[in-house]
Design a protein around this ligand. Structure first.
Ligand code: AMP
Ligand code: ZN
Ligand code: FE
Ligand code: FE
Length: 288
C-alpha cells in the first residue's frame, strides 16, 4: 500500500482543492493519504466527502511552531494527525496563528508596495479564498504581476525568501505548547522535514530528545528538502529515541515540482499513528 502523509490543499497554500486532491490521490493509486494544511482543518470535510473507494484519509494539519533556545529561536513545522478538530484550546491556537499570518502577509505586501512592487493585498486575499495565507500566495501574486517566472524564483532573497528585506516573521506556536495541545486533543505528532538545511537553520540535535520526552511521536525522514545524508541522519535519531519515521511528498500542487506519492511511509508507521490517536479516526472511501 502506498502511503503519503503530508499534502496541502487550497485550504492553505496548495493549489488543488481538497476534494480534487483526494481524487488525484486515488487516481495515482495511493492507499492512504493525510491532509495536512497549514494551521487549519478547514479542508477535512470536503476531502472526506470526496474520498474515492478504498482510499483512506488521515485527517491532520501542519502546525507553524518555533523553538525558543537560549541564544536563538528557530521556526519548525509539526505535523499533527487524528486530533479532535473541536478541541477548544487547539482551535483557538490555530486561529491565532492564522490571524498572525494575515497581518504578516499584509505587512509584507505593504513593504513591497513601498518599494514600487506591484502587488495588491485585496487581490491576494481574494485568490487565497479563505485558505490559510502563506508566502506561496505572495509568490503567486508576483508571478501574476510578471515579476518572477515561478514560485522558486519568488522564494529567492530578492523577493520573499530567506534573507529578503520584505520577509516578516509570524507568531508561531511554541513547539512544546503545540505538543501539549495536540496530545490533549488526542492527536499524534511528527516533526516535519527536521533536517531541511535548504530552508534555513535547523534545530540543535539535543532538542530531539527533549521533544521526544515531551511526547513527540515521529520524524519525517524522506522529504524532497532532505539530502540523502539528512534522511539517514533523521533515521539514526529516530532509532535512538524510539520514534517512527515517515516519508511524504509535502505536495503543494503547482507551487512545487514534487508529485503526490513521490515519497512514502511504511505501513508500520501509519499503524503507530492510528494506534496512538484518540481524537479522530481514519476514514476510508466506500466501494460502490
Ligand atoms: P510561510 O509558512 O508563509 O512562511 O511559507 C512557507 C511555505 O512556502 C511552505 O509551506 C513551503 O512549502 C513553501 N516554500 C518555502 N520555500 C519554497 C520554495 N523555495 N519553493 C516553493 N515553495 C516554498
Ligand atoms: Zn506550504
Ligand atoms: Fe513544512
Ligand atoms: Fe508542508
Amino acid at each position: 500500500m502506498t502511503i503519503d502523509l503530508h499534502l496541502h490543499s487550497t485550504a492553505s497554500d496548495g493549489t488543488t482543492p481538497p476534494d480534487e486532491l483526494m481524487r488525484l490521490a486515488g487516481a495515482a493509486g495511493l492507499g492512504a493519504v493525510a491532509l495536512t494544511d497549514h494551521d487549519t482543518t478547514a479542508g477535512w470535510a470536503a476531502a472526506t466527502q470526496a474520498l474515492p473507494p478504498g482510499l483512506t484519509l488521515i485527517r491532520g494539519a501542519e502546525l507553524s511552531c518555533r523553538w525558543h533556545g537560549e541564544s536563538e529561536s528557530i521556526a519548525l513545522h509539526l505535523l499533527a494527525y487524528l486530533f479532535d478538530p473541536a478541541d477548544e484550546h487547539l482551535v483557538a491556537a490555530l486561529a491565532r496563528v492564522r490571524e498572525s499570518r494575515l497581518g504578516r502577509a499584509e505587512r509584507m505586501v505593504a513593504l513591497m508596495r513601498a518599494d514600487g512592487i506591484d502587488v495588491n493585498w485585496a487581490d491576494i486575499l481574494a485568490h487565497a479564498d479563505g485558505g490559510t495565507v502563506g508566502r506561496p500566495h505572495l509568490a503567486a501574486a508576483l508571478i501574476r504581476a510578471g515579476l518572477v517566472a515561478d514560485t522558486q524564483e519568488a522564494f529567492s532573497p530578492r523577493w520573499i525568501g530567506n534573507g529578503s528585506p520584505y520577509r516578516v516573521p509570524k507568531d508561531d506556536l511554541d513547539v512544546f505548547e503545540a505538543l501539549r495541545l495536540v496530545q490533549a486533543a488526542g492527536g499524534v505528532t511528527v516533526f516535519a522535514h527536521p533536517r531541511a538545511r535548504v530552508r534555513g537553520r535547523v534545530v540543535p540535535k539535543e532538542l530531539f530528545a527533549q521533544l521526544a520526552a515531551a511526547g513527540l511521536d515521529g520524524l519525517e525522514a524522506d522529504h524532497h528538502d532532505h539530502s540523502p545524508a539528512e534522511r539517514a541522519e533523521v533515521r539514526r535519531i529516530a532509532a535512538q529515541l524510539g520514534l517512527f519515521v515517515t516519508g511524504s511528498s509535502d505536495f503543494h500542487g503547482t507551487h512545487k515540482k514534487v508529485r503526490i506519492g513521490e515519497f512514502t511511509t511504511a505501513p508500520e508507521a501509519l499503524e503507530r499513528i492510528v494506534a496512538g490517536a484518540t481524537g479522530a479516526t481514519p476514514v476510508t472511501g466506500v466501494v460502490g
